[in-house]
Design a protein around this ligand. Structure first.
Ligand code: DGL
Length: 202
């Protein structure tokens, strides 16, 4: 089984790592769409076109299933991609529901502008719209002290939350530096991928 994943940069690597943990024998192809990064402040048309290009490239590379390792492309384009693609397409969703089940207080969902405009959330969710954070993470990637400083800076802009939900795969790289529980959608999509690969999905 060959699995294709794409993102605008290093964010989707966290999703690929989660998928590899559950499917250690599958082969993985990762498409880093740096050419169109960042996705989060682009129009729907631009995001759909970029995501469509990624999916075509991965299908041409022989992938049997595609994981959109990007919350933004999922929020904007997943339906369109499913219609136009001949293989299963899985999207990355923020883990808001698990966070609300476990936490009693408010949770902070950090998301790109494009993701935020496509979804509505219950009042217990504080939606933090971050315009440049994905690009900031891209630059800080591989440097723990820069990632730590970035996590501190971002969280200092918000108050009144007890946990964080990452609504952009790039932000998962900040999770180890956040002094609270962090909920991420990567394990959820990896589990769905596993069930598709086992042929048990609906
Ligand atoms: N990592 C992506 C996401 O999950 C894209 C971020 C961006 O390029 O703005 O939303």
């Amino acid at each position: 089984m060959r699995i294709g994943l794409f993102d605008s940069g290093v964010g989707g690597l966290t999703v690929m790592a989660a998928c590899k943990r559950l499917l250690p024998r599958a082969s993985f192809v990762y498409y880093d769409d740096a050419e169109h990064a960042p996705y989060g402040d682009k129009s729907d048309e631009e995001i759909i076109s970029a995501a469509d290009g990624c999916v075509r490239a991965l299908v041409s590379a022989g992938c049997d299933a595609i994981v959109i390792a990007c919350n933004t492309a999922t929020a904007v384009a997943v339906r369109r991609l499913r219609e136009s693609c001949g293989v299963p397409v899985l999207g990355l969703e923020p883990a808001v529901a698990p966070a609300l089940r476990r936490e009693r207080g408010r949770v902070l969902l950090l998301a790109t502008p494009a993701t935020a405009r496509h979804k509505t959330y219950p009042p217990r969710v504080i939606v933090g719209v971050e315009r440049t954070l994905a690009s900031d993470v891209e630059r800080a990637y591989g440097c723990p002290s820069a990632l730590r400083a970035l996590a501190r800076r971002v969280l200092s802009s918000y108050s009144g939350y007890c946990a964080v939900v990452t609504g952009c795969s790039h932000y998962a790289h900040l999770a180890p530096y956040m002094p609270c529980r962090v909920y991420d959608g990567a394990d959820g999509v990896a589990r769905r991928l596993l069930s598709i690969c086992k042929g048990t999905a609906e």
